[in-house]
Write a protein that binds this ligand. Structure first.
Ligand code: 4HQ
Length: 246
């Protein structure tokens, strides 16, 4: 997969490809991340990317010409891409959206600054994505968040089992995790995890996932489709409840 990011702060965005599993994916050739400096697509001496808004009002607007020149350049060098604008008006990023984006061969993310971008740039835009209902100073952080969430769904970037176990994958939150030591400050690792009984461990983890999701995110719990293990886990949970009540 190839991801292009268009920004006036390339050094800020570059770090997204320099750490952890994303850096490994880039190294292994699973993922190409190209970062484009919008100012490289200006033609004037001062590389101006903003201008005053028609109609007046506060702040500045990103000029259309550098974007027009960028897309001309991109299309003739890399071909067609799915173009995303980061915007509070967009559809909200979640795992489902991230998975959908991961299926694209090429995406380009435009990072806005100032009050916004000249509306005529929208002719290049296929999708608007928001990372949440708060106002940021620019689209760079949303672009990095999108790259991170999308990368995890590119086959080979993280272990498939790991993706399936993660929070939200099947509308449940992740179960608790433990590592050594077996005891710290009087707190022991749950016995079942040391038992070596994989069926019991799987059941315990699912029970913990169900419990946590019910209590912390009832909204996503209500959307969950229950499978056989869920049913077993819920019955076991209720058994424990009844036992404790007696
Ligand atoms: N922006 N999710 C870029 C956001 C935002 C968000 C405000 C986008 C500023 C220039 N983008 N403009 N939230 O707050 O994606």
């Amino acid at each position: 997969m190839r991801i292009g990011i268009v920004t006036i702060f390339p050094d800020f965005v570059k770090v997204v490809r320099e750490y952890g599993v994303i850096a490994q994916a880039v190294e292994n050739g699973l993922l190409h991340i190209d970062i484009f400096n919008l100012r490289d697509f200006t033609t004037d001496k001062h590389k101006v990317v903003d201008d005053y808004p028609y109609g007046g009002g506060p702040g500045m607007v990103m000029k259309p010409e550098p974007f027009f020149r960028f897309f001309e350049f991109f299309q003739s060098n890399y071909g067609k891409a799915y173009v995303i604008l980061t915007s509070p008006q967009g559809r909200r990023l979640d795992n489902k959206v991230a998975m959908e984006l991961a299926s694209k061969e090429q995406i380009v993310i435009i990072c806005g600054r100032y009050e916004g971008i000249d509306e005529r740039v929208m002719k290049f835009v296929d999708d608007e994505i928001s990372i949440g209902d708060y106002v940021l100073t620019g689209g760079e952080l949303p672009a990095m968040v999108i790259v991170d969430a999308v990368s995890r769904f590119i086959p080979g970037v993280v272990e498939e089992e790991s993706v399936k176990n993660d929070s939200f994958y099947n509308n449940l939150l992740d179960h608790p995790h433990y590592t050594r030591p077996r005891e710290i400050d009087g707190m022991a690792v749950p016995e079942v995890l040391i038992s070596g009984n994989h069926e019991e461990i799987e059941l315990w983890r699912r029970k913990e996932s169900l419990k946590k999701t019910m209590l912390k995110r009832p909204d996503i719990f209500m959307k969950h489709e229950f499978d056989e293990l869920d049913k077993k886990a819920l019955i076991s949970l209720f058994r424990e409840l009844i036992k404790d009540a007696r």
